[in-house]
Write a protein that binds this ligand. Sequence first.
Ligand SMILES: [Zn+2]
Ligand SMILES: [Zn+2]
Length: 369
Amino acid sequence: MDIDYYELLEISRDADKQSIKKAYRKLALEFHPDRNQGDANAEAKFKLINEAYEVLSDDEKRAIYDRYGRDGLKNSGGFGGFEDFDLGDIFSSFFGGGFGSSSKKSSTQDSYKANLAVMLNLSFKEAIFGCKKTVDFSYKSSCKACKGSGSKDGALTTCHQCKGKGQVGVSRGFMTFVQTCPECLGKGQIIKEKCTQCKGKGHEELKESVEVQVPEGIDEGMSLRVSGRGNVLKDGSRGDLLVRIEVANDEFFVRDGQDVYIEFPIFFTQVALGEKIKVPTLRSHAFLQLPLGAKSGDRFVLENEGIKDLHSQRRGRQIVQIDIKFPQRINEEQKDLLQRLNKSFGINEEGLNEEQKGFFDKLTEWFKG
Ligand SMILES: [Zn+2]
Ligand SMILES: [Zn+2]
């Protein structure tokens, strides 16, 4: 099944970021599981809308998608993070948490997750060849003074907005929706007096840095897991740090999975002669035998000159796309040489070769008919 993200979000292919975001918000609200409880179709659509938004709101992913479609993103690991994809999280970042979760949270639950995700931006070369990187990040640690409750002495009082129910009704036109209480976030209880240590947040933000070894061949959207460096929960346990990789585009090479593409200029005489030419590769250079009759845009495959696969350790291919260049100006000597070449290929005084003469002969019949 081929999914068109633009059709899905009901936008044009040249839509700007603002329109993409607007379209996403509208549809995400419409198909959000909280509003379509038990409707599997709506849930599937909601997931697809999120997938489309994740891709189209990211310039690099959008460029890959426009060029190679959804498959291109799979190859390049663009969907690496989708298993960890949390519907509540992305939604609350847009809507301030109002529709976040339909399940009632108990007051003993942690208000954040143990695992923590951070971004790491790499250059193209760093990703291709691997590197060592220091990642600076801040994590949450449950406040010891209030045991993570955010309340001084742990005292709580019934939420005045929902009267302890954790949910409130909101009307839009003639419809009434039940949603999580924005005041107590569904807990039904609120803090009586804020903890002075954490100012009522229930946790502290702490800074830390960790050195990571980025393996050769890592790609956009993949994550590196650093165990035990995530958030600290109320029970003192600590989650993992997930370092999500972003890779910048390169000036010369374009990546597609383990394959790498380069466009290389070839002078027309080199093609005419079917020369063996030197072309740049990721690691150095290689030689390419041009066949007679090669055209601009033709692609040639160099095996094992691509990017190393993280799992199999095997290298992909390098694909050289040739761009045939013609001279913009020629001198007298070159003009003379080319005219002699013309003659040797049988181009007559009318400026026609055999193939072109054949055309005119056939067209004589055509004009008559
Ligand atoms: Zn506290
Ligand atoms: Zn409430």
